[in-house]
Design a protein around this ligand. Structure first.
Ligand SMILES: Cc1ncc(COP(=O)(O)O)c(C=O)c1O
Length: 388
């Protein structure tokens, strides 16, 4: 009997999913392990999808996505980042952020190449690199006082003749860390110096609490990079518009990468669903007030969780500037999966174990605070009691 290809056998299971599967077999669990808000998709977006279906947006589209959707994404970059993009050649619409990430990785790595990943990070980047038959080199972000940083010395030391790409996520899942202007410039300079592709996962850029005004996005790397730079930006409708189940995202990149990703799309999903793309256009055009309301609520939730955790001896929890996660580190914790499993069994609170996020993640756990207060408050109360 033929066996499963060894290259895919080597791709590890998601340890967030492993914990979630135990939780899903239980009743009454307060679920904070997945990276999604429990708010439903706003009504105006659902109505836009229904209208699009009624208007006949049920056929195949271009591999790069509907021209109108790409124009809407370009308008979004012009409005929020002052960046001009050519919708015809610099944007591809994808069936989710993770599919954009997968395409970006496939376009940049040959089998046997090395990809660098700043961690702790959402595990899908490293797993996608392995699915491309390339090697992952994870570079942990050290916590210095109140802030995570980038270890540029470790990045330099990790370069091999096969290193072709560096992936980072800002705002970070799970750290909530946001790259500063200097750090972004440092990453871009590093990539230019070593002739690497720089993949920036910016799916949380609208969930930012440290801008001049709530609602200001984290400045995109596209503001610094030229359109000739080897830079790929990954994005998604999931987080900003509560559209996780819709599977809609996009990629912005140098023209040759977009041309290739567009072609590859044909063989993966052909294109993102047609009426979903139309609903995404409406989200971009009309989503600001709803997004602001969500941000206000998220910021309050973040502060509630920080306050609850900060008084606990042996728990360090930096204040995150973006995304919707806290990543507390517990002194002496060496098995975060077992910690989360016990927490689940004894208190019915479901969190994600730090070990799921790669190098630098063990010893911590991730809380997704994008939950309703009726879930978050009892969850924090049980968690703090358990920790004490
Ligand atoms: C850092 C990061 N990138 C990309 C994604 C992908 O989002 P989606 O595939 O739902 O668009 C996620 C989802 O959790 C994420 O956390």
């Amino acid at each position: 009997m033929p066996s499963i290809a060894t290259s895919v056998e080597a791709v590890p299971r998601s340890r967030i999913r492993e914990l979630a599967e135990i939780a899903m077999s239980m009743d009454g669990v307060l679920r904070l392990y997945f990276g999604e808000s429990n708010l439903p998709t706003p009504e105006y977006i659902k109505q836009a999808a229904i209208r699009a279906m009624q208007d006949g947006f049920t056929f195949y589209t271009e591999n790069a996505g509907l021209p109108s959707t790409r124009r809407a994404i370009a308008a979004h970059y012009r409005a929020f980042h002052g960046v001009e993009l050519d919708p015809a050649s610099e944007i591809v619409v994808t069936a989710s952020g993770v599919q954009a990430l997968n395409l970006g990785i496939r376009c940049t790595l040959d089998p046997g190449d090395d990809g660098l990943v700043l961690t702790p990070a959402w595990p899908n980047g490293s797993s996608s690199i392995m699915m491309a038959n390339a090697s992952v080199r994870q570079i942990p972000q050290p916590l210095c006082g109140e802030r995570y940083r980038i270890d540029f010395d470790a990045l330099e030391a990790a370069i091999t003749p096969r290193t072709r790409m560096l992936l980072y996520t800002s705002p970070s899942n799970p750290l909530g860390w946001v790259a500063t202007d200097d750090e972004q410039q440092g990453l871009l300079d590093f990539a230019r110096r070593h002739d690497l592709w720089l993949i920036a996962d910016e799916v949380y850029d609208r969930l930012y609490y440290a801008g001049a005004r709530l609602g200001d996005p984290v400045p995109s790397i596209l503001r610094k990079a030229t359109r000739e730079d080897s830079v790929i930006v990954i994005h998604s409708f999931s987080k900003s518009y509560c559209m996780t189940g819709w599977r809609l995202g996009w990629m912005v990149a140098r023209r040759d990468a977009i041309a290739k990703a567009t072609q590859l799309n044909e063989f993966v999903v052909s294109h993102a669903p047609t009426f979903t793309q139309k609903a995404g256009e409406t989200a971009l055009a009309e989503g600001e007030s709803e997004l602001l309301r969500m941000l206000e609520r998220l910021k309050e939730n973040r502060d509630l969780c920080l306050e609850a955790l900060r008084g606990i001896p042996g728990v360090t929890v930096p204040k995150p500037d973006g995304a919707f996660y806290l990543f507390p580190c517990v002194d002496g914790l060496t098995d975060s999966f077992e910690f989360c499993r016990r927490l689940l069994m004894e208190t019915r609170v479901g969190l994600a174990p730090g070990v799921a996020f790669g190098e630098g993640g063990e010893g911590s756990f991730r809380i997704c605070y994008a939950a309703d207060r009726s879930i978050l408050e009892p969850a924090m109360e049980r968690l703090t009691r358990f920790l004490r």
